[in-house]
Design a protein around this ligand. Structure first.
Ligand code: AMP
Length: 467
């Protein structure tokens, strides 16, 4: 097995890695570090969790060592390496990693991101920093204010480039790149490679080496679970899973900011300590929630994709897709939050009937099918009436709204709405019709060929499908 010292890293960097408990390089580190030390451009296909931050940061730091300890004059500390990330959270985490890796070398780093007072960043910039981690918008604010100079940058890193594209940063990126010296080393990382990302790579990178870490290199450590469930019962199922399986540190993804707030409130009402992070929360609120989640004082962090981007939590055990992402690539990003650097993780998706098409897209992208697992008491198609109310046997009710006479339609809709409201108002209470659960619930696994969509049409009896 290769060691970090065999990769050619300097003793002061090795010491920091040793103190951080990094014993051996991850596959992407093994491939990227030697190449980047030689100054070659790199295009990396890697998700968060593969160790990509160290893969680009360690060689970057080593190549800056000749510039370290150049005296105290700020002019001796121009920005030499620029690392761009799509979100503030990721920027903060990358800079924390850089701080740790540079613990024993006199190189300075700083992170600048939007949403906080720009004036607090200026005094530090004035003292000079060699490594700057930034989100594109705030970087350009500083450029415009002439509070930083990019004329000495010799290394550019674009982290999570596909997300920068999704977030509309492409024009900002182009403006930034135009400000940099043309002689420089470039490293670009992306989990996915749509056409625009390939074009961006062509325009920025110079004869790059393409380095890919097989998707399943991380995925092997992530168990993927799909629970088909009626959409109105998702909140109850989530609370049920968390309580019955005693899940802690659960990162839950929702599709909207509104849904994000609402779910966090509902979980709190159900006695599960939760907080929400999304784009409408202030930076302080987001940091506070993230810190509380990391420290274990809140059990569930409900997040939108943008807010959760790049969140790095040591050994995060559970990711829940409360809403399936409409974009299959977001699924890969989401589940990349868990099972990092060899730790075990579980990605749980709650899939309603209308979401089965997104599941198909996901399965196509990841190249495998995820076998649906029905949780007893939460059988799909069996929740038109909340489980804690008595309800007629399934056969007595119309299968689908289209089978129902038009006169009944409105009445049914009103009843459904009332049921839905009742669901949200009701405290979490496992229904008497739900079988009692042990600490790990007995899960029902339908036959391997069973399609998730079909499960919504032919009700599956938990006791007849085999344990
Ligand atoms: P990243 O993919 O860069 O976000 O890294 C994911 C996590 O793995 C972070 O918590 C890193 O500190 C950790 N990590 C990165 N490289 C190693 C390594 N070689 N050994 C152990 N942990 C690592």
């Amino acid at each position: 097995m290769t060691t970090f010292s065999e990769l050619g890293l300097a003793p002061d960097i090795l010491r920091a890695l040793d103190e951080m408990g990094y014993a051996t390089p991850t596959p992407i580190q093994e491939q990227v570090i030697p190449l980047a030390l030689q100054g070659g451009d790199i295009l990396g296909a890697a998700q968060t969790g593969t160790g990509k931050t160290a893969a680009f940061a360690l060689p970057l730091i080593q190549r800056l060592l000749p510039f370290a300890n150049n005296g105290t004059s700020p002019a001796k500390h121009p920005i030499r390496a620029l690392i761009l990330t799509p979100t503030r959270e990721l920027a903060i985490q990358v800079e924390e990693a850089v701080q740790a890796y540079t613990k024993h070398v006199p190189l300075r780093s700083l992170v600048v991101y939007g949403g906080v007072n720009i004036n607090t960043q200026i005094p530090i910039l004035k003292t000079g920093v060699e490594i700057l981690v930034a989100t594109p918008g705030r970087l350009l604010d500083h450029v415009q204010n002439k509070t930083l100079m990019l004329t000495q940058v010799n290394t550019l890193v674009l982290d999570e480039a596909d997300r920068m594209l999704d977030m509309g940063f492409m024009p900002d990126l182009k403006r930034i790149v135009a400000l940099l010296p043309t002689q420089r080393v470039n490293m670009m990382f992306s989990a996915t490679f749509p056409e625009e990302i390939r074009k961006l790579a062509d325009s920025i990178l110079n004869n790059p080496t393409f380095i890919e870490v097989a998707r399943n290199e991380t995925a092997v450590t992530v168990t993927q679970v799909v629970h088909p469930v009626h959409h109105e019962r998702k909140r109850q199922l989530l609370a049920h899973l968390i309580k019955s399986r005693d899940l802690r540190q659960v990162l839950v993804f929702t599709g909207t900011k509104l849904g994000c707030n609402r779910l966090a409130n509902e979980l709190n009402k159900a006695g599960i300590h939760a907080d929400a992070i999304h784009g409408d929360k202030t930076q302080q609120e987001r940091i506070k929630a993230l810190d509380a989640f990391k420290a274990g004082t809140i059990r569930v962090l409900v997040a939108t994709d943008v807010a959760a981007r790049g969140i790095d939590i040591e050994a995060l055990p559970y990711v829940v897709n409360y809403d399936l992402p409409h974009n299959a690539e977001d699924y890969v990003h989401r589940i990349g939050r868990t099972g990092r650097a060899g730790a075990l993780g579980e990605a749980i998706s709650l899939v309603s009937e209308s979401e089965t098409r997104y599941l198909r897209d996901i399965e196509k992208l990841i190249g495998s099918t995820i076998e649906p697992t029905i949780v007893p008491g939460f059988e799909p198609g069996a929740a038109d009436v909340p489980a804690f109310q008595s309800r007629p046997p399934r056969a007595d009710r119309p299968e689908r709204s289209s089978d129902r006479p038009a006169t009944e339609h409105r009445a049914h809709r009103a009843k459904s709405a009332a049921s839905r409201d009742a669901l949200f108002d009701a405290p979490y209470e496992p229904s008497s019709t739900v079988p009692p659960v042990e600490s790990t619930p007995a899960l029902v696994r339908p036959g391997p060929k069973r399609q998730v969509a079909a499960l919504f049409r032919s009700p599956v009896k938990s006791d007849s499908a085999g344990q």
